[in-house]
Design a binder for this molecule. Sequence first.
Ligand SMILES: [Zn+2]
Length: 267
Amino acid sequence: MSHSDWRMKFVDAHIHLSDDEYVGCVDEVLGEAKGSGVVALVSNSMDLKTCVGSLELAKRHLGTVYVALGVHPWAVKGLGKHGLNQVLELVSSQKGNRAVVAVGEIGLDSKYMELWDEQVRVFDSMLRLAEKLGLPAIIHSRGTTVQILDMLPSYRLKKVLLHWFSKPVSALAKAMERGYYITEGPPAVYSNDIRDVVKRVSLTNLLTETDGPVRFFKAPFQGRRTTPAFIPSVIRAFAEIKNKGVEEVAGQILRNFQEFFDVKLEE
Ligand SMILES: [Zn+2]
């Protein structure tokens, strides 16, 4: 962390804090977050187990850990109707829990075409849940951005966040037109494709993420456990790409976080 970062506040809009990889080191990871100025994060879920885990973490770290609940496309295998209903019931039972700020991570993934029908069925049910609860949707769209953009207008969604948007950049105009948000993380430091996305998206529609425990294999992140402490580097990359001051960018991303998730962070 450079000297000028010390009073800036950062946010991690997408991490999987209830993932098995963080078991036993959540306090350490949250300590790293705090030490680097990250004041709030959204623990995204994948399945029933990680939904329950995210809720427990939010309870223990009220005001710092927020929660997104849902079924990820990688978790549809063997889920069945019963498994899906368990998640739907859990999420519905959280109505009024201010720590629950979104339905996520949900979506479609072209890498698992053999599960396409199940993916679509679960995604549809998650979108209807977001609609019913009036919560934003956090969407995984690997290889499926075009299909997803075609689907979304059929739902009355409050807000949409396209997480780790990478391609096609030709779809970005439509996403921006509809007021969707985009999250980008450590690849904004080293990937020209991601830098191009950041360049094209309005600063008012951008958010920072780590997607931890996903690991990054390029400098300066390689070989290290993914932590919200990576966020200041992502903000510096955004500032460089946008040709704006680091403080200005950090301030705008903080406002975007509060606006998108409808939360008020402490001053
Ligand atoms: Zn994720």
